[in-house]
Design a protein around this ligand. Structure first.
Ligand SMILES: *Cc1c(COP(=O)(O)O)cnc(C)c1O
Length: 308
């Protein structure tokens, strides 16, 4: 069995975010640093994995097989956890063999890699996809791309209590909502479940195709039986997933200088810039208090020379 030892806990620090545009607007933002839970096992991907790991343990599996791209934050967190906690990991990768900083780490963490090409990777949702892999690795538990689905969302429910335990240290009694970057919407769905309507959850979409995300969130929320989910999704993709532009890069640089918080351009940078734009258009009244989730992803930015 391979659960983390009881002395290893993923606690994300909650900090006040100091930025001139927040001060001007009179809006308080606290940032939940999922990038700081561990030097290697970083970001929302760890939380999305926890219930999948529990399921694997219950099934008596020896490890995990999953999929992702050559910069995948998900595979990175999975491989790092496998090495740390002593379970086997196999990664099925999109495209053809290449050495990105992420891929080099994966191998160093002991993950066994298979490159599926692009066509082979596209077949991942087809009914028979897992069969040959299950034959090859009968003792491994399969986890969907990015650690998604209801188990992925359930692993993120704990973020609410992590914030509640730290609010008073900031001098806050309550807050007015959550703001975070969305890819599949799994992390957002976990917060929506945790809140059950108490606080709204605002999702800044890093992918342009909002329809897929809304549907994915609805599916998870329905499956969990939550009647009145409270969330909103906004396009924050700036023209497409992984598209970066000079304004975004300048914003990230300025933010890092002012606040000391590192961001990457695909998710957290876009989500915070979208928050700035919404605040400047008067979306949140002075005195509002928001929790911004730093979903991590800093390992992935090594693959983007433009952000360094
Ligand atoms: C994967 C990822 C997200 C998106 O998470 P979802 O649960 O798929 O919405 C956001 N930020 C970072 C840094 C990520 O790696």
């Amino acid at each position: 069995m391979f659960l983390p030892p009881s002395d290893w806990q993923a606690i994300a620090p909650l900090e006040t975010l100091h930025l001139d545009w927040l001060t001007r607007a009179g809006v308080d933002v606290a940032i939940l640093r999922l990038d700081q839970i561990d030097p290697l096992i970083s970001g929302n991907k760890w939380f999305k994995l926890t219930e999948h790991l529990n399921a694997a343990n219950r099934a008596g599996a020896e490890g995990i097989i999953s999929l992702g791209g050559a910069h995948s934050n998900h595979l990175h967190a999975l491989a790092a956890a496998g090495q740390r906690f002593g379970f086997k990991t196999v990664g099925l990768l999109r495209g053809h063999a290449q050495d990105t900083p992420t891929v080099i780490d994966l191998r160093e963490f002991g993950m066994q890699l298979h490159w599926l090409g692009y066509g082979g990777y596209r077949a991942r949702h087809e009914p028979g996809f897992w069969l040959p892999w299950q034959t090859q690795y009968p003792t491994l538990h399969a986890v969907p791309e990015g650690g998604g689905g209801l188990p992925g969302a359930l692993g993120c429910v704990q973020l609410k209590s992590q914030v509640q335990q730290q609010l008073s240290a900031l001098g806050w009694r309550d807050h007015d909502g959550w703001w975070l970057a969305c890819g599949t919407g799994t992390t957002l769905a976990g917060l929506v479940l945790a809140e059950a309507g108490e606080h709204p959850v605002y999702g800044a979409l890093a992918v342009p195709d909002d329809h897929g995300v809304a549907q994915q969130v609805e599916t998870i929320v329905c499956e969990a039986g939550l009647a009145e989910p409270l969330y909103e999704l906004f396009d924050a993709s700036r023209g497409g997933f992984a598209k970066v532009d000079p304004l975004l890069l300048a914003f990230i640089q300025q933010t890092e200088q002012q606040s000391g918080v590192p961001l990457e351009p695909l998710y957290t940078g876009k989500a915070l810039l979208a928050l700035k734009q919404h605040i400047e258009s008067g979306r949140f009244a002075p005195g509002s208090r928001l929790i911004f989730i730093h979903t991590g992803g800093l390992q992935g930015r090594r693959g983007f020379a433009v952000s360094q």
